[in-house]
Design a protein around this ligand. Structure first.
Ligand SMILES: *Cc1c(COP(=O)(O)O)cnc(C)c1O
Ligand SMILES: [Zn+2]
Length: 466
């Protein structure tokens, strides 16, 4: 179906292909219930001839649209006119060459890069998407927004509401399932925070129900506009590599919004002729929340140009319910068993010849300690990417000469409990926070030393032992 607008919503199911105006707030296809994409009629839009279009904006940073790491790439997500754009300076993030971490992954110096999205205003990559969703919410005049969250989506939503003073935020979280750094943000930014007895998957189910009934704008990554904002993480990766495509993008997988957005970003750049090859994509699950791994690697489920058989995933989810299996990992941001973007992620894995791996909480925390020791730091879920890259390197999937980019999704200070429990060597705290997680030792721990309040004793304690 042809539409008169240059940007519109379109169902991802090839057999359906229903379209809708971007003036509508939909979470799924009204005709078949599948996910929606934002699509563009590139033939009628000014397509950037090359990357210099974006580079030139660096010199105009007094303009918020050039300063934002999302809206600097407006030409690649042209669904909003500039006057509707909502920005708080998100996306000022850096691709860091991580020679301090490369040996852990078994890569030579200069081959491992960490895209540190913890530098965003609310401390996670979610701001990239929230800026775009918020822009859409402004376009259509929404007054109230809601999300279910493992923490960072709610922190981001609450921040955008507070900064712009233009919407009311309602946040649904599973009880006891949120890291303190994230909860403290939602509370301080003034969002209404509703703790539901249950986990993220329960909260997600309820927020969809409530948002639909009450006409509240939903900002979970089901929201296709959010993923448009998250595409820009990859634009900035390319920018950091002087527009050269890396061999691998490695990303943690929770609700699979990021991986889906990255696949769409690369597929569009390829179609527009801005890149001449595609990177490979590796999505990393936690062992205790490994739906994508089970479906893709174990059961062999594939997008297959949209013919992916929903019966496979439906049967998997029915069995989860029958066995009362709940997601469980220290990496709370990816503690999700029913990833809402599953089908888009399968499509991204097809686009980018992808792989899925799962890593244990032990591997996640050891990798996190190494990321910290390399001087950057991240929250547990983010370190799954580095743990996954290490695995893929051991397997030989990632070659010694490959250029690898791991996405660090969230800031180190989001979950200090996990970090302190790992490093302190306090057996009680270790058991309390990590014991139930199958984490047995803190291989790279750096415990504090206790000394009496005495000069000599302090000097003895801090003297290098060599
Ligand atoms: C939300 C989040 C994830 C999961 O990302 P998805 O797009 O849902 O797969 C990973 N890490 C952090 C820190 C997050 O906040
Ligand atoms: Zn449809």
């Amino acid at each position: 179906m042809l539409r008169s607008e240059t940007a519109f919503q379109k169902c991802i199911a090839p057999g359906c292909g229903a379209t809708a105006s971007i003036q509508e707030a939909l979470v799924t296809c009204p005709r078949c219930g599948d996910l929606l994409d934002i699509q563009y009629d590139w033939n009628r839009l000014p397509i950037p001839a090359d990357w210099t279009v974006f580079e030139r904006k660096w010199g105009r940073r007094h303009d918020p649209l050039c300063h934002s790491g999302v809206w600097r790439f407006h030409e690649l997500l042209p669904f909003a006119s500039p006057e509707h754009v909502v920005t708080v300076g998100e996306g000022q993030t850096l691709l860091q060459r991580a020679d301090g971490v490369a040996p852990y992954v078994d890569l030579p110096a200069g081959q491992l890069f960490l895209q540190y999205e913890g530098l965003n205003p609310s401390g996670s990559f979610k701001d990239n998407g929230m800026s775009a969703a918020f822009t859409h919410a402004q376009m259509i005049g929404a007054r109230q927004a809601a999300c279910a969250s493992t923490g960072n989506t709610s922190a981001s939503l609450a921040m955008y509401c507070a900064v712009t003073q233009r919407m009311r935020a309602v946040i649904f979280i599973g009880s006891g399932k949120i890291a303190y750094g994230k909860l403290s943000q939602a509370l301080e930014y003034g969002a209404q925070t509703v703790q539901i007895e249950g986990d993220f998957d329960d909260a997600m189910f309820r927020v969809r129900e409530v948002a639909e009934q009450l006409g509240i704008y939903l900002v979970n990554s089901l929201n296709p506009f959010r993923l448009e904002g998250q595409k820009t993480i990859m634009y900035r990766v390319l920018e950091g590599l002087r527009w050269e495509v890396p061999d691998w993008i490695v990303v943690p997988g929770g609700n699979l919004g990021n991986s889906s957005a990255f696949g769409k970003a690369f597929s569009e750049l390829h179609c527009l002729g801005l890149i001449d090859r595609l990177p490979r994509l590796a999505v990393i699950n936690a062992e205790g929340a490994d739906t994508l791994y089970q479906l893709y690697e174990v059961q062999g489920m594939r997008w297959d140009q949209g013919r992916a058989d929903r019966a496979t995933s439906d049967a998997y989810f029915r069995r989860l319910d029958a066995d009362q299996r709940r997601a469980s990992t220290i990496a709370s941001a990816i503690e999700i068993n029913r990833p809402v973007n599953l089908r888009k992620c399968l499509r991204a894995l097809e686009t980018c010849d992808g792989l899925v791996r799962r890593v244990s909480d032990q591997e996640i925390l050891d990798a996190k300690a190494q990321v910290g020791a390399g001087g950057i730091g991240c929250e547990p879920a983010s370190a799954a990417s580095v743990a996954g890259a290490r695995r893929l390197r051991q397997e030989g999937q990632i070659g010694a000469g490959d250029r690898v980019v791991c996405v660090l999704t969230g800031h180190q200070l989001k979950d200090p409990m996990a970090t302190v429990a790992y490093h302190s060597r306090d057996p009680e705290r270790f058991r309390e926070v990590l014991g139930s997680r199958g984490v047995h030792e803190a291989v790279f721990s750096n415990p504090p030393v206790s000394v009496p309040n005495d000069f000599e004793a302090i000097v003895r304690a801090i003297r290098p032992s060599d």
